[in-house]
Design a protein around this ligand. Structure first.
Ligand code: PGA
Length: 252
């Protein structure tokens, strides 16, 4: 069954004290979160170990990393391995966020390696895809997004792909306050699901969660999450407010 997901991508925000305060606020709001929604937070890497300890008594709140490398160990200064994330018992890791594709030149092949490495350690990748404004305007956005997915994910085995969460995040909507309309988002989500169904069958297509990201907030989450193929959101800015994030997660 497709999971309903609200994932907070905190990006490179909040100092340690602020991050711990936000975590405590979320923990205190537990009874207000719908238990049927998978709630995930992805804070900055230096906070993960302490957060993992703090969340030991609050298993309803899942922890994810924002990035990782694909090797298990070795001379890769500054990188974090899936094995290290696994040792913290993390369940999720974002892969291929557009900010990493654009600013750190992460390409299809690299993202495919990371995805495989995470799956090998039982960590669910939150795989991001999405087009720039000029791609949308040039009207080849559907092909563009499909290629991102095919190139990085379509060599996985069906049971592996079913564990991936796909986040469709049109780049022109990220952090801009400009959300994709429900129709624009649903169009891509349903195409992704249909494409998966074609190569991997209906079972995988119906199991995989496809979430939307890009200026998703309490004001627009209900309409977005009501779409047939939108299984939740990857929330950036709006996840930095505990009450707002809680409201978004209750928008199904
Ligand atoms: P935003 O970011 O909600 O601030 O637009 C979403 C994301 O980049 O994951």
């Amino acid at each position: 069954m497709r999971k309903k997901i609200a994932a907070g991508n905190w990006k490179m925000n909040l100092d340690y004290g602020q991050a711990k305060s936000l975590l405590q606020e979320l923990i205190q709001l537990k009874d207000q979160f719908n238990p049927e929604t998978e709630i995930i937070i992805c804070p900055s890497a230096p906070y993960l170990a302490v957060f993992a300890e703090l969340l030991n008594d609050h298993k309803w709140l899942k922890l994810g990393a924002q990035n990782c490398f694909h090797e298990n160990e070795g001379a890769f200064t500054g990188e974090i391995s899936p094995l290290q994330l696994k040792s913290l018992e993390l369940e999720y890791c974002i892969v291929g966020h557009s900010e990493r594709r654009d600013r750190f030149n992460e390409d299809y092949d690299f993202l495919s390696k990371k995805t495989r490495a995470l799956l090998a350690h039982g960590i669910n990748p939150i795989f991001c895809c999405g087009e720039q404004l000029q791609v949308r305007d040039s009207n080849v956005y559907k092909e563009f997004v499909m290629k991102q997915i095919e190139d990085s994910l379509f060599k996985l085995r069906p049971e592996e792909l079913a564990k991936v969460v796909i986040a469709y995040e049109p780049i022109w909507a990220i952090g801009t306050g400009k959300t994709a309309s429900c129709e624009q988002a649903q169009e891509i989500h349903s195409l992704i699901r249909a494409r998966i169904s074609k190569d991997f069958g209906d079972k995988v297509a119906n199991e995989i969660s496809i979430i939307y990201g890009g200026s998703c907030k309490a004001e627009n989450a209900k309409e977005l999450f009501a779409q047939k193929d939108i299984d939740g959101g990857l929330i950036g800015g709006a996840s930095l407010n505990a009450n707002g994030f809680c409201e978004i997660s209750n928008s199904f």
